[in-house]
Design a protein around this ligand. Structure first.
Ligand code: SF4
Length: 312
């Protein structure tokens, strides 16, 4: 932990010990739980994992904390604790499951709040609000609640395919969109639609989704994004792509709207994004949205960012 700067949550197991460690900035979540039949402790990156095995959430492991669990119980080592925390705010927007609670804040409620802020920051006249499954759905509901525009189910998602965001090639991402989403025509045909999604990275997936809605007869499409525009890379584990591939790093919001084929486009502001996880007991990283990072980052981005030598 003295040597490695950046984001990690570790779980190390041996036959006699379970050791969990969270980086001193707490970029990623890590939680401690207890099995209900008193059979011992569990750690997980998200609290929703405890629910599925009948364990009870005890507490978040603190940024910089090392927890050692053995036959004597739980020992906590806090020699790396006490600095400023910078939890990845994108966990609340996209990564984490909505049924998880991170640093005391519900992910579901954070996404609802993101949708509410969006409706206030970028209102529009429309007939229906739909979300892009899965992480856009809660934010769409929040947008609908705040704006008074009815919420509708616009897409059905194929459950047997992974996230398009992490498909390695453009060709694979484009094919995935077609297989992944099908429009419910009855929701959008002849309507002015607000489409809520969690992010725009390269813009190609969004353009595909918009095309699907137009083909199903949507009259107007007003896209709202429950995160600010990505203008910079992530050095802390999120595979956001390098700067030159980020559409918002090169084009204005109006130009992006034109490129993806929507009638209007609005992103959540960088001020609002840190307010969505109300009550969270931590600070936030929003480096990919501002270009300002909580720890020093490499001046030149390594070509293969995941294979930089340890002592470089
Ligand atoms: S740069 Fe963005 S994605 Fe990476 S940790 Fe910070 S907020 Fe999360």
């Amino acid at each position: 932990m003295y040597r490695i700067k950046g984001a990690y949550s570790l779980c190390i197991m041996s036959p006699k010990k379970l050791i969990a460690a969270r980086d001193p900035h707490g970029f990623r979540p890590l939680a401690l739980g207890k099995l209900s039949d008193d059979e011992g402790y569990v750690v997980a990156s998200e609290t929703c994992a405890f629910d599925s095995i009948g364990a009870t959430f005890i507490r978040d492991i603190e940024p910089g904390e090392i927890v050692v669990i053995d036959e004597n119980g739980v020992e906590s080592i806090k020699t790396h604790c006490g600095g400023e925390s910078s939890m990845c705010v994108f966990e609340f927007i996209y990564f984490a499951r909505p049924d998880s609670v991170i640093e005391g804040a519900s992910v579901h409620k954070a996404r609802l709040r993101a949708g509410r802020y969006l409706a206030k920051e970028h209102p529009c006249e429309a007939d229906v609000v739909i979300g892009c499954p899965d992480s856009g759905l809660d934010a769409a509901l929040g947008f609908a609640q705040e704006s008074g525009i009815p919420y509708g189910v616009g897409f059905i998602k194929n459950r047997y395919i992974g996230r398009t965001f992490i498909q390695p090639t453009q060709g694979m991402r484009e094919n995935s969109v077609k297989i992944k989403l099908n429009v419910i025509r009855e929701t959008v045909e002849g309507k002015r639609v607000v489409l809520v999604d969690d992010s725009i990275v390269r813009g190609t997936t969004s353009a595909k989704v918009v095309k699907l809605l137009r083909a199903a007869g949507a009259k107007e499409i007003h896209m709202r994004i429950s995160a600010p525009p990505f203008i910079s890379e992530c050095y802390f584990g999120t595979d956001i792509d390098s700067k030159e591939n980020l559409i918002a790093n090169k084009h204005s919001v109006e130009k992006i709207a034109e490129m993806i084929g929507v009638d209007s486009l609005g992103f959540l502001s960088t001020d609002a994004v840190v307010k969505i996880a109300e009550g969270a007991k931590c600070g936030f990283c929003r480096g990919c949205f501002t270009g300002e990072y909580p720890v020093e980052v490499p001046k030149e981005f390594p070509k293969d960012k995941f294979e930089t030598k340890f002592d470089e």
